[in-house]
Every structure is written in C-alpha cells, then in structure tokens.
Design a protein around this ligand. Structure first.
Ligand code: ADP
Length: 459
C-alpha cells in the first residue's frame, strides 16, 4: 500500500508532536499532583506539630491538655476538610481522639517513619495520614496520629487525568487533519509538475512545466527538470539532424553514380568515355567509403568510452610521420610547412586517437590553405601544459561559424570552394576525441587571413 505524501507528512508531524504533548501532559500532571499533595502534607505537618504542643503526660500516659477549649473550637467551626487527631498508646490502643472521628479510629502504621505523609483509607474515604512518636521523660509513651481527608484532591487529580487523556487523542486527531490539509495544499504544485511531466512524450518533447510563483525548492526542481528537458530535446534534435545528414551524404554520391551509369548505358560510347565515367564513379565510391569510415569512427567514440591505451608520444615524431603521409597534397599546393619546437616534447596519451586528431587538423590546414601558402606547426610548453598549434594563412573561417564547424556534417561555405572536398565530420571526430583525452581544443580564425588551431595537452 502506498501512503500519500501528505498523509506521511501529517503522520510524522503528528507522531513527533504526540511525543511532545505527552511529555507536557505528564509534566503538568506531576506538577499539579506535587503541588496539591505537597500543600496537604504541609498543612498536616503543621497540624501535627500544633497538637503535639497540646499534649501532656500523666503516669506515662499522654493526654490532651486543652481538650475543653479544643472541643469548643470544634463546635464553633464547621470544617470542610477537618483534621482528625488521635492519641494512641504504644500498643496501638486509642487513648483519646478528636470528636470528628466519632466511632471511627485511625490506625497508626508503624512501618512508616515518623512524620511521613502517606495515603490510606478511613471507612472508604481517602485520607492523608502521618504519625508522631510522643516521648515522655522515660521514652516513648504513645503516638499522635493526624489525618486529613484527601478524596477531594484525588477527585481533582483524577478529573485532570481524564481531561488530559481524552484531550491528547482529540488534539492529535485535529492536528493530523490540519497538517494533512496544509501538506496537501503545499504539495499541490507537485501534482501539477507530475501532470505536465506526464504530457512529455517522445513525440512531444517541447512541453515544459510552468514555473511555480513561489520561490522555493519546488521552483528549483521545476527549473532543473525544464533544463534537463532542454538538453534532452537538443540531444534528440541533434540525433535526428545527424541521421538525416548522414543519409543525405550517403545518398548523394549513390544518386550521382546511378545517374552516371544510367546515362552511360543509354547508347554505345567510346572507350575513353567509358574510362572517364567509370573513373568518376570509382571516385564517388571512394567518397562513400571514406564517409562510412568516418561515420563508424564517430559512432565508436560517441557511444562508449573506448578503452584508452595511454602511452608516451613524441609529438615531433608523430607530426613528421603525418607530414610524410600528407606529402603529395603539400607538394601539389607548393605549401611551405615548418615545424617549430625547442626540443622533442612527449605527452602521455592514446597514440591511435592522437594520430587521428593531429592528422585531421594538419589535413584541414593543407586543404584550406591557398596555393603556395604557409603552415606553421608549433609545439611549446606552457605552465603545466604543452600547447600544439597549427597555424595556416588559408581561407579562414567566419567568426559565427567557429563553433558550428565542430558539429557533424557542418561545412563552412562549401559552394565558395567546390574544389575542396570534405564530409564535415573531421572536426566533430577531433572534438569528441579531445573530450575523451581531456585535451583542450580551440580554434581562432579570421576570414581570408588564416586559422590557428590549438591543442592543449594537460600534464
Ligand atoms: P571537412 O574538412 O571534411 O569539411 P571538418 O569537420 O574537418 O570537415 O571541417 C569542417 C569545416 O570547417 C570545413 O568544411 C571548413 O569549412 C572549416 N575548416 C576546418 N579547418 C579549416 C581551416 N584550417 N581553415 C579554414 N576552414 C577550415
């Protein structure tokens, strides 16, 4: 069974309050009890001492000296809470007693210490009693027993107990209902959050939860959920864009191949024409191959952190190997390439990924350089890092496109330079791998002036 949140809050609150109220009630009861009976005890104590003064001893037997005066006093006042006084011998037999005892008599309880207040019964009535040893010259001669009715006080205490015991559950029930109502009202916005969150489906990711008017934790929760939804929506959007771009990029060369071959078989052609068109198709197939390779590479590093194989890499050595691989294109464009570094710097990284990153960046610098352009590769230490820069004086990138070119399939102004072929995937692969290897990757560029790409290897 699931308990609703408001019931849980109300129950917890009521239980903790119940504990506190119970403690308060016990305290109240104890204090009243101590006050009422403490007062009675004090009164009785006073009476006992008074009457002790009035005692005389004759022949070793105690007696009331002013009995006549005392009896008169008894008649003069109608006492509501009369004090019973009794004089008993050492054997417990009654020697004398106050007239208000009539035929009854008090029983001295010798197990109790002298002057100790205790409760007992006198013909069914509750009384508070105490006794004092009466001493003559020769020692103990008897006991003075005094008592006072306490049934009124006991009634007060029992009433108080009943009131407290009945009011505790009543107060708690009331408290539970009130807390439940207040808790219910305060979590109402949560219900609206649940309601809106329910409406967010795969098809409708744009629904957002209305931000509550009050600035509290709930407002923060809603803002966080909304921000999370923004990120999910963006990711899904990027995913859709990626799939549609990928299929478009793959379909285009296929359509070109299909069109070329269809035209080719329409009528007989010369051998040169066949060679020319087939070579064109092979070129397109190579493009598809390259694209598929790059897509696979991206997919491999997109979904999971590939187990990294960290090794010492000599950056100058790696650069020289890559330059050899790019040699043909460098010579074609008659580029001047210079590697500037003071010494051989080593980084601790994954050789396979580092190779792909640097190769992509050098290849871009070569690709987007003008004829007879210059490319400088600079390796310099900087505080606790090593900075690897590729500086070209090529076509450059417009400032608003610098972040965009890191997205898959984004190519800056491809129609402006149709002769430069590319997939738009290189930099997104570089970006992803740099994230995995914790390499800071940044681009500075100025249109028509050139581009500087920096990789910061943190040590
Ligand atoms: P590709 O080169 O295959 O198009 P990239 O992801 O490597 O894909 O690059 C994305 C885009 O960024 C390129 O199309 C190009 O417009 C721009 N770009 C990358 N590097 C440079 C550079 N060194 N100089 C000028 N533009 C560049």
């Amino acid at each position: 069974m699931t308990t609703s949140f408001k019931n849980k809050i109300a129950l917890n609150f009521t239980l903790s309050t119940a504990l506190m109220i119970a403690v308060v009630f016990v305290l109240v009861y104890t204090i009243v009890n101590l006050t009422v009976f403490g007062r009675l005890e004090k009164d009785l104590n006073f009476e006992a001492r008074e009457h002790l003064q009035e005692l005389g001893i004759k022949n070793g037997i105690p007696f009331f000296e002013d009995k006549i005066e005392w009896l008169e006093k008894e008649h003069l006042f109608l006492e509501i809470n009369p004090v019973f006084v009794q004089l008993s011998g050492l054997d417990g037999k009654v020697i004398d007693k106050s007239p208000n005892l009539k035929t009854d008599e008090l029983r001295a309880d010798l197990s109790k210490p002298d002057m100790q207040f205790f409760r007992t019964k006198l013909l069914g009535r509750s009384i508070g009693q105490m006794q004092i040893v009466v001493k003559g010259k020769s020692g103990k001669v008897g006991y003075l027993v005094v008592a006072i009715p306490i049934d009124e006080s006991e009634k007060v205490m029992s009433n108080l107990q009943t009131v407290l015991l009945i009011s505790l559950p009543a107060v708690l029930l009331l408290l539970f209902l009130i807390t439940r109502f207040i808790a219910g009202r305060s979590i109402e916005p949560v219900l609206s959050v649940i309601d809106t969150a329910d409406k967010i489906t795969n098809e409708n990711l744009s629904a957002r939860i209305a931000i509550p008017a009050r600035k509290d934790e709930l407002e923060k929760l809603v803002i966080t959920i909304n921000a999370l939804m923004d990120r999910i929506e963006n990711a899904v959007e990027r995913e859709k864009q990626f799939t549609s771009d990928a299929s478009h990029e793959l379909r285009t060369p296929l359509a070109v191949i299909k069109g070329t071959l269809e035209v080719l078989i329409r009528k007989p052609r010369t051998a040169e024409e066949y060679i020319d068109k087939v070579a064109y198709c092979i070129n397109e197939i190579n493009r598809i191959n390259y694209l598929v390779d790059q897509l696979l590479l991206l997919a491999r590093f997109e979904s999971q952190k590939k187990a990294m194989d960290l090794q010492k890499i000599d950056l100058s050595e790696l650069t020289e190997t890559i330059l050899i691989r790019q040699q043909e294109r460098i010579l074609d464009k008659e580029l001047s390439i210079s590697l500037q570094t003071d010494e051989r710097y080593v980084v601790y990284s994954d050789p396979y990924m580092t190779d792909i990153i640097i190769e992509n960046l050098i290849s871009n610098a070569v690709k987007y350089s003008k004829h007879t352009g210059h490319v400088i590769i600079e390796i310099r230490p900087q505080k606790h890092a090593l900075v690897y820069k590729i500086i070209d004086d090529g076509i450059g990138i417009a400032p608003w496109e610098i972040e965009k070119i890191k997205e898959p399939f984004y190519r800056s102004n491809p129609l402006g330079h149709p002769e430069i072929k590319g997939s738009g995937l290189g930099l997104s692969i570089v970006k992803r791998m740099c994230e995995l290897l914790l390499i800071t990757f940044s681009i500075q560029s100025s249109l028509d002036k050139g581009t500087t790409v920096s990789l910061t290897f943190n040590s």
